[in-house]
Design a protein around this ligand. Structure first.
Ligand code: EPZ
Length: 420
């Protein structure tokens, strides 16, 4: 397994482009199942999750090619059952259920795995599909879905902590080929949901209200092929912005969308980070005196849970006590114990982490546990003096395109090696 060796203590400096958004690409790739015509998706990041989704699409009978950031998918004919092992291993694969059911009238998709950050239920996905008149059974680890023809309906899709991103994606995709009108109340408003809606509309779907809590879909007979450029990855941008601030560096991020990062930029400003936000570029400046903040993760447009671990790492530099409360997932503080190995002083009290900043940090060997926790450990390694080894980097490769190369371009001393 790959590992990162980091010689920290070097302020990042320079300029890097932000890649396409992983969490937009995965549902958009699933949406290509809705048409028998070819689709072209550009600005696709070279991530293991993307290649995994490609394997799943191939296991369903579609053709899938990836070359220089452009994906070509042609689901001319599709099977209604995917490869159990593949689908089980990646949570994002649940979003093939809606399009497959809408296209084929039946779908057999394995129950998605949970992961370290929480149980990751799919009750809202199933509730939405049942509301569209699908018959659903769970047998031998498979969700077996059937429907002669999906029927539009009014669906409240909010869960115990608010909207569901992939649940909204699944139901919106299924509704594009349902009979009649579907209204999704308490829909997720994330930019990735809006990007998916734009792709579906370019395929001929009739969708209004994407980006608001009320999405209205008018079913069509069929959808046609389309081309699409994926939006920039706001979480990758947040990660590098925080890494620049954490190392007191001067870094410009390009090809991004500052308007997708309002909550993150607001919190960074409050924490004393100096920056210039200019639409599609963000310049982080050195010299800010970092101080403690209090933040809770929320559905969009609130502070994103996917940037929580990274912010915690920045707070290790802050004077005073910071409080970070995780409201979306039940166990998303796995990085706290690993940060403690570097000298961090973090107490977990229920859904909140209390960070006593300003401690001397020194490099150590740490273990990545999930995608965003691994990013936080890399940032911490960049901040520490001395050598930090981050093991199980495969977590990072799921969601960050060539992170070691991008960091080296910013002057970081990061080397990818094999874990001994
Ligand atoms: C998406 O996951 C993202 N993944 C996650 O990013 C992100 O953290 C999450 O949205 C929240 O923003 C992709 O888009 C591939 P949810 P998703 O359904 O859709 C509960 C990353 O690091 N819930 O919005 O699976 C759920 O338990 C990943 O890039 C139900 O109760 O998340 C959670 O508490 C991690 N029932 C909350 O809703 C359901 O049926 C939000 O989950 C579905 C979800």
């Amino acid at each position: 397994m790959d590992t990162f060796i980091i010689q920290g203590g070097v302020p990042l400096h320079g300029e890097i482009p932000i890649s396409g958004a992983k969490n937009a690409v995965l549902p958009i790739l699933a949406a290509t199942l809705l048409t028998s015509e070819p689709c072209v998706i550009r600005r696709v990041p070279d991530l293991s999750d993307v290649h995994f989704m490609g394997k799943i699409l191939r296991s369903l009978g579609a053709s899938f090619t990836f070359e220089n950031g452009t994906v070509k998918v042609h689901a001319k004919r599709v099977r209604d059952k995917g490869d159990y092992d593949l689908i089980r291993k990646m949570r994002g694969s649940i979003c093939i259920l809606g399009p497959l059911l809408a296209r084929k009238g039946k779908a057999n998709v394995s129950m998605p795995g949970g992961c370290v950050i929480g149980t990751r239920p799919i009750d809202l996905h199933l509730k939405g599909l049942r509301a569209l008149s699908a018959k659903l059974d769970i047998k031998e680890g498979y969700i077996q879905a059937k429907s002669r023809k999906l029927q539009g309906n009014e669906i409240f899709l909010g869960g115990r902590v608010g909207p569901t991103v992939l649940g909204t994606a699944n139901i919106m995709m299924a509704a594009t080929l349902a009979e009649g009108v579907t209204i999704i109340e308490s829909a997720a408003c994330e930019p990735e949901v809006v990007d998916l809606a734009h792709f579906l509309i370019s395929m001929g779907a009739k969708i209004q209200g994407a980006g608001t809590p009320r999405i209205v879909v008018t079913g069509a007979e069929e959808l046609h092929g389309a081309e699409h450029d994926v939006i920039p990855d706001r979480i990758e941008a947040a990660t590098y912005a925080i890494a620049a601030a954490a190392t007191n560096g001067e870094v410009t991020l390009t090809d991004m969308r500052c308007d997708h990062l309002a909550a993150v930029l607001d919190k960074m400003r409050e924490a004393g980070v100096r920056f210039e936000a200019r639409g599609s570029s963000l310049k982080i400046l050195p010299g800010g005196e970092i101080h403690a903040v209090d933040v809770s993760t929320q559905p969009y447009t609130g502070f994103p849970t996917d940037a929580q671990a990274q912010l915690m790492t920045l707070m290790l530099r802050a004077q005073g006590l910071s409080i970070i409360t995780e409201r979306i997932f039940e166990s998303r503080f796995m990085h706290a114990n690993e940060l403690a190995r570097l000298g961090a002083d973090i107490a977990i009290e229920g859904p909140s982490a209390i960070i006593r900043g300003g401690k001397e940090l020194s490099g150590a060997e740490v273990m990545a546990s999930d995608l965003r926790a691994s990013a936080a450990l890399v940032i911490a390694g960049l901040m520490c003096s001395g050598r930090t080894q981050v093991n199980r980097i495969y977590h990072l490769d799921r969601g960050y395109e060539v992170m070691d190369k991008k960091l080296r371009k910013l002057g970081a001393r990061v080397k990818r090696t094999k874990e001994k």
